[in-house]
Every structure is written in C-alpha cells, then in structure tokens.
Write a protein that binds this ligand. Sequence first.
Ligand SMILES: NC(=O)c1ccc[n+]([C@@H]2O[C@H](COP(=O)([O-])OP(=O)(O)OC[C@H]3O[C@@H](n4cnc5c(N)ncnc54)[C@H](O)[C@@H]3O)[C@@H](O)[C@H]2O)c1
Length: 422
Amino acid sequence: MTTSMRGDVKDISLAPRGKGRIEWAAKEMPVLRLIRERFTQDQPLKGVRMSGCLHITTETANLAITLKAGGADLNLCASNPLSTQDDVAAALISEYGIPTFAIKGEDEQTYYRHINAVLDHKPNMTMDDGCDLVSTLHTTRTELIPSIVGGMEETTTGVIRLRSMERDGVLRFPVLAVNESDTKHLFDNRYGTGQSSIDAIIRSTNILLAGRTIVVLGYGWCGRGVASRAHGMGANVIVTEVDPVRALEAVMDGYRVMPGIEAAEVGDIFITVTGDVNVIDRPHLERMKNGAIIANSGHFNDEINIPALEALSVKKRRIRDFVDEYTYADGRQVHLLAEGRLVNLSAAEGHPASVMDMSFANQALGAEYMLIHASEMQSRVYTLPAALDKEIARLKLRAMGVRIDTLTPEQDKYLNSWESGT
Ligand SMILES: NC(=O)c1ccc[n+]([C@@H]2O[C@H](COP(=O)([O-])OP(=O)(O)OC[C@H]3O[C@@H](n4cnc5c(N)ncnc54)[C@H](O)[C@@H]3O)[C@@H](O)[C@H]2O)c1
C-alpha cells in the first residue's frame, strides 16, 4: 500500500499503466471531451471543492479530469470496496494530481476511512454512486453540511436512498439524480450493465453461455440489458419480477417468467439486478442445482443472502479469481462470483467508456447546473432539465456520425394544435 498526503492507493508505480488505459477510454468519450474543451475555457467550476465517491475506473478518471479542467478542486474515493482499478487510482494521483483514496479489496473500515478522507476536503459539492457519501455526511459529519451547495447521485439505489431521506425530511441539500436522465439509465443501466455483467461472468468463469439457463432477477433497466445480452449469447433466459407490468413486458419480450423459488431449481446461472435485499434467500439457495453460479450486478452485496449461503455450506474455497465454491452437506456445490459484489465492476472493468460518456456528461453538466441554480433549489431530489438530456443525446449522435430529421414548421404547428382531427 502506498500512502501519501494526497491519497491512499495500492501501488503508485502502477500509474503509467493506468494512464494508458485512461487515455484509451477517452477515445470513446467524445461528449465528455467536448464538455472538457468548453470547461477549460469557461472555468464554470472555478474554486469549487468537490468530493466524489464513485467507482474508480478509467471512465471516472476522465470525468475527474474534466471537472478539474473546469476549475474544480476534486478529491475521490471508491463507491465500492471491490470496484477500484488500482492502476487508475495511482494515475489519478501521480499523473493528474487528483487526490484519490481507493484500494481494490479494501475492508469496510478502510472504505469508510477513505470516505471520511474525501470529506476532510470540506466539499462544497458531492458526487455519489450509491449515497454512501451523502449518508455519512448526514450521520457522522453533519458539521460539513452548511458549506455544501448540492450534490449529484449516479445510480438507482442511491436515488432510492435519497428519496427516502427526502421523505423523512432529513436531506439537507439539493441533489441531482443523474440516474433519472434518459441519456443515463436508458444506456448505462441497460447496455452498460447488460454487456459488462455478461463480460464479468465470462471472464471469471470462462463457461459457455449457449444452452445454459440464465435467471435474471429483476427486469428493470439493468435486468432488461442483462436478459437481452444473455439471450444473444444463446442462453435460455428466465426472468423473475415483483412488478406485474415489468413481468408482462418480460413475457412479451419472449422470456419465461416465474417465481424466484421455481427458477432456483432450474437455473444454471443467476444474476440479481433488483436493488432489493435477499432476492436470493435461503430457500432459493437450498433448491439450487449442483454447479449453480450466482452473481449480483445490483449496487449492494445484499441481494444474495450470503450469510445463509455460508450457513448452508460445510466447505468454502476460492477455486479461481472471483469464484468462491461453496459445498453443501449433501455434496452439492454452488458458486458465488465476486463475493456477491457488483460483478461487472469487481470481476471485469465495469461499463464500456462509450456509455459512461453520456452518464458522466450528465455528471459534468449537472455540476455546472447545480452551481448556477442551487440557490433556487430546496433540499430535495431533482432531475436534470430535459433540454440538457436532449443536448447530450444530440452531441452523442453527432460524435457517432448519425444525423436525424427535424420537424418541419407544418409538423411543429400540427403537433402543437388540437383543432385538426378526423
Ligand atoms: N452493475 C452496475 O454497474 C449498475 C449500473 C446501474 C445500476 N445498478 C444497480 O442495479 C440495481 C437495479 O437498477 P435498475 O436501474 O435496473 O433499477 P430498476 O428500478 O429499473 O429495476 C429494478 C427491478 O427489480 C425489481 N425487483 C425488486 N425486488 C424484486 C424481487 N424481490 N424479485 C424480483 N424483482 C424485483 C423491481 O420491480 C424492478 O423492476 C440498482 O441497485 C442499481 O443501483 C448497477
């Protein structure tokens, strides 16, 4: 471990490798590049102290570089103990001068020590992925709240936690729910989680997916992506849901839908993406086939009841990287990937840069928007204005060389009138 005044990372000598990978990701992030160019000129974040709790990946590094180019004084820590890319963390410090506190595999105590380290920066603005930063601020670091103008939240689980804080009347500054932008969840959660979760399962197990029965628990934005990519690899996909509309959508998308407890008996591979707790519980674990593989791609590692899995097992061993083999008393073996932490960021590299380009364009423009509008906002959860969302889509299309039509004046008038009918 390398500890310095400006961060806490595993090994600072990994920085050159991290720099190369950050530059590689940048090639796939044209929207963020355009924002960076404007930020460099306009300095919209000049003097703003920011603390970010995000997955420390090559894409996050590009966001951090953009915010710094816009004048922000930024500190970063990890939003999950297993998602840090150690070479990126090293490069952020030594190549880009961004204090970073993140070590892949850090224990819970270190995880919170790192969160507190970025809070020691006394932020005016927060950036969160899962709400651990904001929740720490509201519980143990309340003295810092008066100087905070607002924050941004990246993911569904974080937005759920923030809305619950808002409902309970305890949220003390406005937060922009970046996740709610169309250019975030429609692409990042669906195509990003879809591809990278399958990528992680393949990287960690090297098994053939064709012909396997894959159970996707939760058919939200992430679940839709995972199911469609698993189907594309030749798997038989089963979906479980608690929401009747989403269950119906899964049926009409061509998947088998059934209760989780029934799916438990027939699945070869299970992927949870619900944001809910104990979706794979002891009764599910008891019914699983010998050889079953379980992974989670939801935000927290409580979607699978891991204590129950431990209790059911007489033996546990790490059979290969990111694969723990649990042996039951009757000899059946069940395999848990990445300790139940979000598999795509733990056992692979997270979302491809091309989708994070849009998510982080929302973060960067969100920071600028928050600074301008914070005084008009209350301590509530807000979404980014639709105009910004559309602008990001427009820039992305332009970067991809895709042109679209515009309404003619006649069509515009027609769509805005009620007089014309049959
Ligand atoms: N791995 C990643 O990189 C990544 C990326 C984005 C989001 N996430 C996380 O993934 C999770 C899901 O996000 P989302 O955007 O798809 O949310 P979502 O709200 O769109 O979908 C979640 C779905 O799970 C269903 N669900 C809830 N409890 C269930 C249960 N007991 N059994 C079956 N289904 C159940 C809900 O009805 C809903 O349809 C969140 O924790 C989010 O933060 C992870």
